[in-house]
Design a protein around this ligand. Structure first.
Ligand code: ACO
Length: 331
């Protein structure tokens, strides 16, 4: 990383209060608590009430993150929001959040990288702080996946939940925490394996697209599973090797939480001590852009993440997109 040292100065998360358990899903589709738990590791997920949107979750997390950094919204220079479920096509969710939190000096934009949105947004926003363009950047990862999930499709509806996480990135003094490196990729050939086919310019919304249920997540689960295991290991190994490090050097490995078996397979292949891997998919399901901050938050609360710890974030998502961020924790 060139430029000023940039660190995560604060972290906050928010999930809506309503919980959808595996037992609840048993009443909606032909599934079982046993199947979901064994195949995915998920027990429950949080789901918004009707009318609650991504920006509502993002505002909660953002407000808390800014306060936790000891800043006010006016200190924020740029807002990057990772999401695949913006409140609407436009204005961007970043604009909606900027207005609601009163970040009067900030500009910002949404970033679309599906489950890799948080790592992509972290890398993107950190460039503005590292370059000196801004002293403080706000990164939000938020998704209301329940708004694009087909609750008649048992293969997808059990996987996802709603949530938000936010961090403030600030210029750091040498010796404090810092983002050390990143590695990102796309493999656009993976597009058909995980997508929402209609509602965009290719297939604008129509009675037909609604009748065909094309406004929901469509997924080839096995293809996504294999790619996620292989790519998580590959991209994590590459960023560590480039920095002269090994998996044994890590204090914490924070993977995107898509499936417990994906995380366990990838980290086993990589050779990370299971004690250094955080998995909290059990309580939240896959919240897309929010899984990594939710996992970081749980790690902090459990005393598993301390100032100076070496942390590797890793994600694979629709696109396919993939990303890792290597950092020293700053607080
Ligand atoms: N309850 C009961 N049975 C189910 C359910 C369910 N909810 N869903 C599927 N099944 C059935 C299937 O119909 C199939 O039945 P069949 O053998 O009679 O045809 C059987 O279970 C096995 O199905 P598989 O798809 O082979 O099950 P698998 O073990 O691969 O697990 C899963 C499916 C959980 C979707 C897995 O493929 C997966 O996690 N893939 C990754 C997808 C993912 O996480 N995507 C998120 C976004 S991308 C990302 O974050 C990386």
């Amino acid at each position: 990383m060139s430029g000023r040292a940039t660190a995560i100065a604060s972290l906050a998360t928010y999930v809506p209060p309503r919980v959808l358990t595996n037992a609840d899903l048993e009443k909606i589709v032909d599934t079982s608590d046993e199947w979901i738990l064994q195949r995915t590791g998920i027990r429950e997920r949080h789901i918004v009430d009707p009318g609650v949107a991504t920006s509502d979750l993002g505002v909660e997390a953002a407000t808390r993150a800014i306060a936790a950094a000891g800043l006010t919204p006016d200190d924020i220079g740029v807002i990057v929001v990772g999401t695949v479920t913006p409140d609407m096509f436009f204005p961007s969710t970043a604009c909606l959040i900027q207005h609601r939190i009163g970040a009067h000096h900030a500009w910002g934009f949404d970033l679309s990288a599906a489950c890799s949105a948080f790592t992509y947004a972290l890398t993107t926003a950190s460039q503005f702080v590292a370059s000196g363009a801004h002293d403080h950047a706000l990164v939000v990862g938020a998704d209301v996946m329940s708004s694009i999930i087909d609750y008649k499709d048992r293969a997808t509806c059990v996987l996802f939940g709603d949530g938000a996480g936010a961090v403030v990135l600030s210029a750091a003094n040498p010796g404090q925490g810092a983002i050390l490196d990143f590695e990102h990729e796309v493999d656009g050939g993976g597009g058909p394996a995980l997508c929402m086919p209609a509602g965009g310019s290719r297939k604008p919304s129509s009675h037909e697209t609604v009748d065909q249920r094309l406004h929901y997540v469509k997924q080839d689960g096995a293809t996504v599973f294999k790619f996620a295991v292989r790519k998580t290991e590959e991209i994590a190994r590459r960023v560590l090797e480039r920095n002269g490090m090994t998996p044994g050097d890590l204090d914490l490995f924070v993977s995107h939480q898509a499936n417990r078996r994906i995380i366990l397979s990838a980290t086993e292949k990589l050779g990370v001590d299971p004690e250094k891997v955080i998995i909290n998919i059990e309580r939240f399901g896959n919240t897309t852009a929010a899984t990594i901050p939710l996992a970081l938050n749980d790690a902090v609360r459990a005393g598993r993440l301390k100032k100076g710890d070496l942390v590797l974030l890793a994600s694979v998502g629709a696109g396919f997109t993939a990303g890792t961020v290597l950092l020293r924790w700053g607080f």
